[in-house]
Design a protein around this ligand. Structure first.
Ligand SMILES: Nc1ncnc2c1ncn2[C@@H]1O[C@H](COP(=O)(O)OP(=O)(O)O)[C@@H](O)[C@H]1O
Ligand SMILES: [Mg+2]
Length: 380
């Protein structure tokens, strides 16, 4: 049942390049001896450019900072090459260097469990003139038998109905998905990194979510998720794009804090704890370092809330909810993400945040017209 999402994550790349030429051998597999202090995987600008421009490289993304392609090396290893497209060659070079350094720092400060959430960065050599372009290389995140997808593309519905799938999965699985996202956030914080760009283009899912009509028909009966599929959807998290990431030194020893630290959502106008307060870990100067806007938690709520079916179609309303688990509130989602974060760090959520979250959940339940709106039966 819900335990499936806990299963082992697929290996990072697991390809043996050892039988290749000395040149090709430089593409080490993760975990190879000699990988310290970096990943031990050195790639020159010339190599990166060649792979990027190879006729069988494939475009996988185009964003604000660059153009991204994937390419299969002759030793059987997939790589991702990102070209920095800033019109000023010097700025492009600086952006490439900064992303490479942050990605490497993230990798080096992570243990194997945390590395599974991310790709392996190459240690780039910047040997060419800036005018020749700037590239970075990393491993391709693989999905094994599943799909690598943006969270925002999982809103698929059956053709026969507009009823979405995710609101219909088990409540425990909703919790689990949110906590797992929090656990990934913990890995970033643990490494002393602020990603600072956690949106649905950079936080990806590895999922068995039914993506096409043939698969959908195995999951749905007239738009209704089949009982045996209510705990069958797995969503694991991945994170890419260290382009604007910052690093900091964590407070040592960290163990004197049992609780995660937090700051108000808006530091200037509101110092009260809120259900969606920002959370993080402390730096050496005892300041709480937090990510900025949490687009993912917002998106998670939008995907998980339960819809009521009334005369005018679907409605964000819990009036027909029989039990508390049929009404997911935004504060539930924020609370679960934060719990997942705290659990993964071996810490607890501060009492005042928990209280703020419970109070806010009661308000939400009332507004969503949950029966007995936020009263006794609403308490968890
Ligand atoms: N290592 C990777 N494995 C798989 N897909 C990746 C990887 N890196 C990037 N991508 C895909 O390419 C897109 C663009 O990469 P990203 O690093 O976010 O570039 P940008 O700075 O242009 O936003 C991502 O949204 C993701 O879909
Ligand atoms: Mg991006």
């Amino acid at each position: 049942m819900a335990g499936k999402a806990d299963g082992p994550l697929p290996p990072l790349s697991g390809l043996d390049c050892s039988k290749l030429s000395p040149e090709a051998k430089r593409q080490k597999a993760p975990g190879d001896a000699g990988a310290a202090p970096g990943t031990g995987w050195k790639v020159s600008q010339a190599e990166a450019k060649e792979w990027f421009e190879a006729k069988d490289s494939k475009e996988i993304g185009e964003g604000a900072y660059g153009e991204t392609r994937k390419f299969l090396l002759s030793c059987g290893r997939w790589v991702v090459i990102k070209k920095f497209t800033d019109p000023k060659p010097h700025d492009a070079r600086e952006e490439g260097k900064a992303e490479c350094a942050a990605h490497l720092a993230m990798w080096q400060q992570s243990d194997q469990d945390c590395r599974r959430y991310m790709s392996e960065p190459a240690e780039m050599e910047f040997e060419t003139a800036e005018s020749e372009g700037t590239y970075t290389v990393q491993s391709l995140i693989q999905a094994g038998g599943m799909t690598l997808a943006k969270l925002s593309t999982l809103r698929d519905t059956d053709r026969t109905s507009t009823r979405r799938i995710l609101p219909q999965i088990h409540f425990e699985d909703k919790q689990k998905i949110c906590k797992a996202y929090g656990a990934m956030r913990a890995c970033i914080a643990k490494a002393g990194v602020l990603h600072l760009d956690l949106h649905t283009g950079n936080v990806l899912c590895v999922t068995n979510y039914p993506m096409d009509d043939a698969q959908l028909s195995q999951y749905l009966d007239d738009g209704v998720l089949k009982d045996e599929k209510k705990d069958a959807i797995v969503i694991e998290w991945r994170v890419v794009d260290w382009g604007v990431a910052e690093t900091f030194k964590r407070k040592e020893p960290e163990y004197d804090d049992d609780e995660i630290c937090w700051v108000p959502k808006n530091e200037n106008i509101n110092t009260k704890p809120t259900d969606d307060a920002k959370f993080g870990v402390k730096n050496e100067a005892n300041e709480c370092k937090t990510e900025n806007i949490d687009w993912i938690s917002r998106e998670l709520y939008r995907m998980l809330y339960f819809e009521r079916w009334g005369p005018e179609g679907k409605d964000r309303d819990c009036i027909n909810a029989g039990t508390r688990s049929e009404c997911v509130t935004p504060s539930d989602v924020y609370g679960w993400v934060r719990e997942g974060f705290a659990d993964a760090l071996g810490k607890t959520v501060p009492r005042e945040l928990k209280k703020a979250t419970e109070e806010r959940a009661r308000e939400h339940l009332e507004r969503l017209r949950f029966p007995d709106g936020g009263g006794a039966s609403a308490s968890k």
